[in-house]
Design a protein around this ligand. Structure first.
Ligand code: ACO
Length: 333
């Protein structure tokens, strides 16, 4: 891949937000035929947060996460040039990013949504870094946010046990190329497997059938868990290795592995395939479940708050999910 980098890009701050209402495995076992033991053994998840209340939307979580990131560096929102919202559960199909722009007061920012399910945050990071490294923009806010509780079939025990709601944000800034910390990336899609994980649109015939028009609505999440599992464990290590190779780096140089928080078994299998010690794997899915586009920035933000990640650490971030899409980005912190 040809690099057009004329300057560098770095992450200045992160922030995250989760709903206050938690929902444990024991509580979920009153809704569907499951148990804490099954969910814990098969996924590692113990509880998840759910956004409750008719007046609450993804915007509330996204705005809170964004404000926390801005507050950490005392940045005036008017300095933001671009906002990218990675989400698959917007509250407006025309896009929700501009609502964040309005609510945080980023009066000079252009804002758009990016849809790539659980890979959305990685794709947003890559997209933002392109605008920064080519000198187009100086400050960019990216937000990964999803409220999949609104799209889950709460009678399907194969999916409803997995997902939780959250938002995570990061502020990126351009810098000199010597200080560049977004070292490289590797991205992929395979639409042939899209059937394994989707929130599909379903047609209904409209009453005015003389128009020959079809209108409909979106269905619930449908997932072939086994296929998604196999795909993640096979493809994600390859993507990470390709990305490391493109930078002439070895697995031994990796300080932290931040994977999409889908399933503890997936995280363990990927780390084992790469011979990366479990001590280097950031995991918080036991508390939040799979929060889709929010899972990586939420895990990253917690790791930073816990002082795990230090200056100059090599952080390998990999996302995977519906599309199917998957990819890696490597950062020198
Ligand atoms: N409680 C109890 N039993 C259950 C449950 C449940 N919640 N769910 C399924 N079962 C049963 C099944 O019915 C099946 O029973 P059977 O053997 O009698 O037919 C048995 O448990 C095994 O089911 P599997 O689906 O084979 O279970 P598996 O070990 O594959 O675990 C899981 C399922 C957890 C969904 C796993 O496949 C997985 O994590 N897949 C990956 C999902 C993922 O990572 N998605 C990420 C992308 S998300 C995004 O992009 C939005």
């Amino acid at each position: 891949m040809k690099s057009l980098m004329i300057q560098g890009a770095k992450i200045l701050a992160t922030g995250s937000a989760v709903p206050s209402s938690s929902f444990s495995n024991n509580e979920i076992s009153k809704v569907v035929d499951t148990s804490d033991a099954w969910i814990t053994t098969r996924t590692g998840i113990k509880e998840r947060r759910l956004l409750k209340g008719v007046d609450k939307s993804i915007i509330d979580l996204a705005v809170l996460a964004s404000k926390k990131a801005l507050d950490k560096i005392l940045m005036d929102p008017s300095q933001i040039d671009l906002i990218i919202l990675a989400t698959s559960s917007p509250n407006d199909l025309f896009g929700s990013a501009s609502k964040i722009q309005y609510e945080i007061g980023a009066i000079n920012a252009v804002a758009f949504d990016l849809t790539a399910a659980c890979s959305g945050f990685v794709l947003s990071l890559v997209t933002a870094s392109q605008f920064l490294q080519t000198g187009v923009y100086r400050n960019i806010l990216i937000v990964g946010a999803d409220v999949l509780s609104k799209w889950v079939d709460w009678s399907d025990r194969g999916t409803c046990i997995l997902f939780g709601d959250a938002a995570g944000a990061a502020i990126l800034q351009s810098c000199s190329s010597i200080d560049n910390s977004i070292l490289g990336f590797q991205l992929n899609s395979d639409g042939n497997y899209s059937k394994h994980l989707s929130i599909a649109y379903e047609h209904n015939i409209v009453p005015h059938s003389e128009l020959n028009l079809y209108q409909g609505s979106f269905k619930h999440i449908s997932m072939n868990g086994k296929e998604v599992y196999k795909f993640a464990v096979f493809q994600v290590p390859l993507s990470i290795l390709k990305c490391l190779n493109s930078l002439n780096m070895s697995v031994d140089q990796v300080d932290w592995l931040v994977l999409h928080q889908a399933n503890e078994r997936i995280l363990t299998a990927i780390a084992e395939k790469l011979s990366i010690s479990s001590n280097k794997v950031i995991a918080n899915l036991h508390k939040y479940g799979n929060t889709s586009a929010a899972s990586i920035p939420l895990a990253l933000d917690e790791a930073i708050q816990d002082n795990k990640i230090s200056h100059n650490d090599i952080v390998v971030i990999a996302g995977f999910g519906a599309g199917l899409t998957w990819g890696t980005i490597i950062i020198r912190w």
